[in-house]
Unconditional design. Structure first.
Length: 465
C-alpha cells in the first residue's frame, strides 16, 4: 500500500489542503444556518418590531412591510432573511424645483441596529475593509477576496468601505480608546506631520461638446497624520502599547481639533511626561502652543525633530562653504562643529560661528543668520542633549513611518486621485487595521447605533410606562 492510499483511507482524499478547506466550509455553513435561523426569529419578534417602530419615529421613518432580502455573512455566501422595511420621509423642497432621485429611501432598521451595513455582517465587513485598505486597489482586494472564497465585486467593496468609513469617523476616538491610556504616570509622545496626495476635484461648468467626459482637476494637497505613543525611561516607544494613529484631509485647524479631541480622551492630567514633537512646518508650532494652553498642559515639552533640525542646519553650513569655497576637509570640520553646537542646543554659538567664518562678507552671513532666526528662533525646542539625558524622545520617527505606511503605500501613487472624504476614510480605516483595532471599531460602530436606539427609544418607553 502506497502513501496516498494511507492518507486517503483516513481523510477521504489524498490532498490534505482540499480536506481542510472542505471541513471548514462544511462547519461554517452549519454555523451560518444557525445564525440566519436565529436572526429571522429576532426580526419576526413582535416586541422587537414594535420597538423598531418607536425608533423609526425618531429617524423620520415609517414602517412599510416585511421583505425577503439577501444578506452576506462571514463566508460571503448570500442568505435570505425577512427584514422589516421602513420608508424615510420625503424632504421638503421649494415649489418649482424638480424632484431629485432619492437615495437611501428604504431602511432596514433592524439590520442596522445589529451592525449589518449594506446587508453585510460585521465579520464580513472586517475582512472586506481589511483587504480594501491593505491591497493597492479595490480591484486587487476583490481578487484577493475571491481567493478566500468570498465573491464581491470591486464596486460593492468600495461602497461598503466608504459607508463603514463614514460611520466610523463619527466614533473614531472611541475606536482608539483603551484602558492603557487612562493609567497614571504614563509618558506620552505626540507627533504630527503631513504627506502629499492628489485630489480629484470635478471641473465646473458644462463639458465640451466633443469631450466624452467633463474631466477633473488633480492638484496636490496635504493630508496630515497624528501619532500618540507611550515611551519608557530610555525615551523609546513602548512596543507593547498600541499607538493611536489617525489623520485628516481637512484644514490645519480641523486637524488640530481632531488632535485635541484625542488628547482630551487621555488621562494627561496624571501623566508624568508629555512631549510634542514635529518638524518646523508652517503653522504647526503656533497651533501646538494654543493646544497646550487650551488643555492646560503646563508640564508639556516641545521638541523639534532632530533629523529635520540637522537638515536645516546643513543650509547654514552650505552657505558658509559656498561663500569661502572650502575644501572637503574644511567642510567636514565645519560640519562637526555645527552638529556639536546643535546637539548642545547652542544656537547662539552657531550664529557666532557664522560671524567668525564670514567676517568680511555681507550677503552670506545675512542669509545664514536669517535661517537661524526663522527656523531656530525658539531655542528651547533644540536642547537635544538635555532631552536625551532626561530620557525624552528627540525625533518624530513614529509619524514619519506612519506617513509611509498609511499614506504613501496606499493612497499616493501614479494615477491615484482622491476625493478628500474618500481619502480620509482610507486613512482612518488603514490606521485601524495597522494598529489592530478594526475589530474593536466594528464593535464600537454597532454599539453606537444600539446606544442611540436605547437612548432614544427604550428610555422613552420606560418614562411612558
Amino acid at each position: 500500500m502506497d502513501l496516498d492510499c494511507v492518507v486517503s483511507s483516513h481523510l477521504d482524499t489524498d490532498n490534505f489542503a482540499d480536506y481542510e478547506q472542505e471541513i471548514y466550509r462544511k462547519h461554517q455553513e452549519n454555523a451560518e444556518h444557525e445564525i440566519i435561523s436565529r436572526l429571522n426569529k429576532l426580526l419576526a419578534d413582535v416586541v422587537f418590531w414594535s420597538l423598531l417602530k418607536q425608533w423609526a419615529g425618531k429617524c423620520a421613518c415609517r414602517f412599510l412591510e416585511y421583505r425577503e432580502i439577501n444578506i452576506r455573512l462571514k463566508s460571503g455566501q448570500q442568505w435570505k432573511v425577512y427584514s422589516p422595511v421602513f420608508l424615510r420621509a420625503k424632504s421638503k423642497r421649494k415649489r418649482g424645483k424638480p424632484a431629485k432621485r432619492r437615495r437611501g429611501v428604504l431602511r432596514h432598521l433592524g439590520l442596522e441596529l445589529l451592525g449589518i451595513i449594506d446587508k453585510i455582517s460585521p465579520s464580513l465587513i472586517e475582512i472586506c475593509v481589511s483587504m480594501a485598505v491593505l491591497c493597492p486597489s479595490f480591484e486587487v482586494a476583490a481578487n484577493a477576496l475571491r481567493g478566500l472564497g468570498i465573491r464581491m465585486n470591486e464596486h460593492l467593496l468600495q461602497n461598503v468601505t466608504k459607508r463603514f468609513g463614514k460611520i466610523t469617523r463619527n466614533a473614531r476616538v472611541e475606536c482608539n480608546n483603551e484602558d492603557v491610556w487612562q493609567k497614571t504616570g504614563i509618558k506620552v509622545l505626540v507627533s504630527v506631520d503631513g504627506g502629499r496626495i492628489r485630489e480629484r476635484r470635478k471641473k465646473r461648468g458644462r463639458a465640451k461638446t466633443e469631450a466624452k467626459r467633463q474631466g477633473y482637476h488633480t492638484e496636490w494637497f496635504e493630508p496630515r497624520l497624528l501619532t500618540i505613543n507611550q515611551f519608557g525611561e530610555d525615551g523609546k516607544k513602548i512596543k507593547s502599547v498600541t499607538p493611536i494613529l489617525d489623520g485628516s484631509c481637512g484644514s490645519m485647524d480641523v486637524f488640530f481639533e481632531l488632535l485635541k479631541e484625542y488628547l482630551g480622551a487621555i488621562n494627561l492630567g496624571e501623566a508624568s511626561e508629555i512631549v510634542f514633537c514635529a518638524d518646523g512646518g508652517q503653522g504647526i508650532w503656533p497651533r501646538i502652543d494654543k493646544l497646550i494652553n487650551d488643555l492646560k498642559l503646563d508640564n508639556a515639552k516641545k521638541v523639534l525633530d532632530y533629523t529635520h533640525a540637522k537638515q536645516n542646519i546643513n543650509i547654514v553650513k552650505k552657505t558658509i562653504s559656498d561663500a569661502l569655497k572650502l575644501s572637503k576637509k574644511e567642510v567636514r570640520k565645519l560640519s562637526t562643529q555645527i552638529r556639536e553646537l546643535l546637539w548642545e542646543g547652542n544656537i547662539e554659538g552657531i550664529a557666532d560661528l557664522v560671524r567668525e567664518w564670514l567676517p568680511g562678507k555681507r550677503k552670506a552671513p545675512k542669509a545664514a543668520l536669517k535661517k537661524l532666526n526663522d527656523y531656530f528662533g525658539d531655542h528651547s525646542k533644540f536642547q537635544y542633549r538635555t532631552f536625551s539625558e532626561q530620557g525624552l524622545p528627540t525625533g518624530s520617527g513614529t509619524v514619519e513611518s506612519a506617513i509611509r505606511r498609511v499614506i504613501n503605500l496606499r493612497i499616493k501613487g501614479t494615477g491615484l486621485f482622491w476625493k478628500k472624504d474618500n481619502a480620509e476614510n482610507i486613512i482612518l480605516l488603514r490606521s485601524l487595521v495597522l494598529t489592530g483595532k478594526l475589530r474593536n471599531a466594528c464593535r464600537v460602530v454597532s454599539g453606537k447605533v444600539k446606544n442611540m436606539y436605547y437612548n432614544n427609544t427604550l428610555t422613552d418607553l420606560q418614562v411612558a410606562a
